[in-house]
Design a protein. Structure first.
Ligand code: 4AD
Ligand code: MG
Length: 477
């Protein structure tokens, strides 16, 4: 007997005899109707059993969460709510689930509770939908780059350079931390460590990706990155996934074009291919919005918002222009910002970014040409001597979703920057080599994958879009 998935059966144009189906019981009512889910789709399939011919002990084991196998026929349903259903001829309990103890009951659970049960929360509609969309986005990302002539590069996760300066790093060591070897000066002797030097988990694959772009032309990374910043927010993880394209001969304008085209493509892919999940998430969000005060509700429903991204150009605004807007904005004048905007040169906080995107422009925004001293050393200095060719893509509800730049390709300028910042040149000899041998204009950016998943699914907390979130004081599972 052929085994089918729920999605295959629900999409079937005709009735099918003699099928097998395996999955987990979502609900069981009236001793007759099992709603069965196998993860292939958000939809359950209704399995109708003949309870008079099913033994009592089996009936007792058809509980929410149990794994079962059914055989029978796919038939036209006479009831309301579904076109097709399974007329069950035989049912086997594969794995029991104690209804008193199974934490995921067919009722509404808080996301906090579900986070504590992250190993089981995937059996809910919401998390099933989010993780299927996450998977689809990931596929679309590879597909986009593949269609556009990019090569996928795997940059190291353990790194010996701390040059990016993107945040606190996690140390990697095999030294006995209770009893570390010491140098003559009394410092930890990393020469005795596994790699013979200090090493960390990477915060970004960019610097290594740049070396590959200078040979393969168009490359991208897609891997985990780690930041030990103590940010307990709805948008920060200590372990998150980042996509970093890097393209030789692209300037900042081409970099902005790439970011916009890329984001539109992957969101379009999900709109096209994840309809059922998005419709569910859209409904979920509308329910959630209803519980908020009127003035905090979003103007757009989820699917509408995704379509809006695809249909509209991202607004490109220089940092200087943005500062003018913020300085003269109502919340700034009324002292509503936690960080007032008084002068050119200040770093933008997420409240400022969100004001620009959600209140002022009401569209995604790409801010560019930031002050040099609030951005990383590798960004290309403009002729004004004070701004760099940086760009951040800002999204409604999320704030910064992409950070990138045109890179400083001039050896002398880069070298001077490194010296001024006191970065040890010896650590970056290989990076500087790319500017010594055949240097060229090049650009790239990093897209925070979970922030993209957050935006696409409408989930409020980044901890709910990655299977097992790592955050300060939390590395369960
Ligand atoms: O702006 P960031 O720090 O840029 C870089 O790391 C560059 N090396 C990228 C490049 O040019 N190749 O990080 C890029 C993006 C951010 O815009 C944000 O979306 C995400 O990574 N991000 C985080 N996501 C979740 N949790 C965190 N703690 C994050 N920090 C950054
Ligand atoms: Mg950034």
């Amino acid at each position: 007997m052929k085994r089918y998935s729920v999605i295959e059966l629900l999409q079937s144009e005709k009735t099918i005899e003699d099928i097998t189906l395996k999955g987990w019981v979502r609900t069981f009512r009236s001793k007759r109707f099992i709603a069965l889910n196998d993860g292939s789709t958000i939809k359950n399939i209704q399995c109708v059993i003949d309870f008079e011919n099913t033994n009592e002990s089996t009936l007792k084991k058809i509980n929410t969460g149990a794994a079962i196998a059914v055989t029978g026929n796919l038939v036209k349903s006479l009831g309301k709510g579904q076109n097709l259903e399974i007329q069950v001829e035989n049912i086997v309990i594969l794995g029991e689930s104690d209804p008193e103890k199974f934490p995921i009951q067919p009722k509404k659970h808080s996301f906090e509770f579900l986070r504590e049960n992250a190993h089981l929360r995937i059996r809910t509609n919401t998390f099933g939908a989010v993780m299927r969309v996450r998977s689809a986005l990931s596929f679309a990302i590879h597909q986009y780059f593949n269609h556009n002539g990019f090569y996928y590069v795997n940059t190291p996760i353990i790194t010996g350079s701390d040059a990016e300066g993107a945040g606190e790093m996690f140390k990697v060591t095999t030294l006995d931390i209770e009893n570390t070897p010491k140098t003559e000066e009394g410092k930890i002797d990393y020469g005795k460590d596994f790699f013979g030097k200090e090493t960390n988990l990477t915060v970004s694959g960019q610097l290594e990706a740049e070396t590959y772009a200078m040979a393969l032309g168009k490359v991208y990374t897609f891997g985990p990155t780690f930041r030990a910043e103590n940010s307990n927010t709805t948008r920060h993880l200590a372990e998150f996934w980042m996509i970093e394209p890097e393209v030789a001969f692209n300037d900042l304008d081409a970099n902005m074009d790439l970011a916009e085209d890329f984001i539109k493509y992957v969101i379009g892919y999900v709109l096209e291919n994840c309809k059922n999940d998005l419709e569910f998430l859209d409904q979920r969000l509308q329910q959630e919005e209803k519980s908020k005060p009127m003035n905090q509700r979003s103007d757009m429903a989820l699917i509408e918002k995704l379509q809006f991204i695809i249909d509209n150009n991202f607004r490109r605004v220089s940092y200087t222009e943005a500062i003018d807007i913020l300085k003269n904005s109502k919340p700034n004048k009324k002292k509503k910002f936690q960080f007032p905007v008084n002068e050119w040169g200040v770093d933008l906080q997420s409240e400022h970014e969100r004001f620009l995107v959600e209140k002022h422009f009401k569209s995604p925004v790409i801010l560019f040409d930031y002050p040099a001293n609030i951005k990383a050393f590798y960004m290309r200095l403009n002729d004004d001597g004070k701004t760099v060719r940086a760009m951040d893509v800002l999204f409604p509800g999320i704030g910064e979703i992409v950070g990138g730049s045109q890179r400083e390709e001039r050896f002398e300028v880069l070298k001077e920057k490194i010296d001024v910042l006191g970065i040890d040149e010896k650590e970056l000899w290989w990076y500087l080599d790319t500017r010594r041998f055949g240097t060229a204009v090049h650009s790239g950016f990093g897209l925070g994958f979970e922030r993209l998943v957050q935006f696409t699914t409408g989930m409020g907390n980044i901890r709910d879009v990655i299977p097992f979130p790592r955050t300060p004081q939390n590395a369960e599972f």
